[in-house]
Ligand binder design. Structure first.
Ligand SMILES: Nc1ncnc2c1ncn2[C@@H]1O[C@H](COP(=O)(O)OP(=O)(O)O)[C@@H](O)[C@H]1O
Ligand SMILES: [Mg+2]
Length: 241
């Protein structure tokens, strides 16, 4: 469970990138965070994960405050960033072992998990190559595997389908559903509406730093339009703001 209370963020004085954000991601749900490019999705996620500090307000991950109890809070979530371009000098296997060390996953268990998960995502054969040589999609797959490996209750994923091939994307969506159904929470950002429409229990729409809607896809439709595609609807409501 993730709670965001009255969070503000400005990169430039006097210009709010995130404006009074309130959000609750419940256990058992997949929550889609939607918005056009530049809306503030990544900024929000960076504050949730403690990469950036909020100017004020608070963010709690399973009750742990990311600002005042960062280690405790960070143990409660797994994170896949939008640009998976870190630790590129490491080989895939070295990166996964590094993450397994941090999360103290026992030797036997990690071996099993790494083999199983990397085979599932079809990067098992690339584990001995440095991540520098990986495509964007392969880097994302390694990060997804690293999160699944330590199996945190809360998943925070920034545009996770971008760059994944259809098979991996399908697999990830399946795993997101399974994770939520087991009573955990999945929060992910996307600007691709079809994805959100299909798999989210609830969505939040952010535009220019302001949350302009929270609810189910059905509620979204009921509120804004009788018919028409969600895409059309999305264009309308983000344009009118
Ligand atoms: N480090 C930064 N310094 C200044 N402005 C930034 C920085 N990062 C993002 N921004 C600005 O903040 C706004 C929100 O960006 P971002 O959170 O990345 O949006 P999204 O992920 O929804 O596309 C954009 O206008 C972007 O240009
Ligand atoms: Mg982004």
């Amino acid at each position: 469970m993730i709670v965001i209370n009255n969070v503000n963020k400005s990169y430039v004085k006097g210009k709010k990138t995130i404006d009074t954000l309130n959000l609750e991601i419940k256990n058992g749900e997949i929550f889609g965070f939607l918005g056009p490019n530049g809306a503030g999705k990544t900024t929000t996620i960076k504050m949730m994960t403690g990469i950036l500090n909020a100017d004020d307000g608070e963010i709690l991950i399973d009750g742990k405050n990311i600002k005042t109890e960062p280690i405790q809070a960070k143990k409660q979530f797994g994170y896949v960033p939008d640009s998976p371009d870190m630790f590129l000098k490491l080989k895939g296997i070295e990166f996964l072992n590094f993450i397994a060390d941090i999360y103290e996953i026992p030797e036997e268990e990690r071996k099993e998990k790494i083999e199983y998960l990397t085979k599932e995502f079809e990067i098992y054969d690339n584990l001995d190559e440095t991540m520098q040589s990986y495509s964007h999609g392969m880097r994302q797959k390694i990060l997804v595997v690293s999160v699944l490996m330590h199996n945190p209750k809360n998943w925070i994923l920034d545009e996770p389908m971008t760059g994944l091939d259809p098979k991996a994307s399908f697999k990830l969506k399946e795993l997101m559903r399974k994770h939520a159904n087991e009573g955990n929470s999945v929060f992910f950002s996307t600007h691709i509406l079809e994805v959100a429409e299909k798999i989210c229990d609830r969505v939040g729409i952010i535009n220019k730093g302001k949350l302009i809607f929270v609810g189910t896809v059905k509620e979204l439709r009921d509120k804004f339009a009788e018919d028409g595609s969600l895409e059309q609807l999305f264009l309308e409501i983000t344009e009118n703001e």
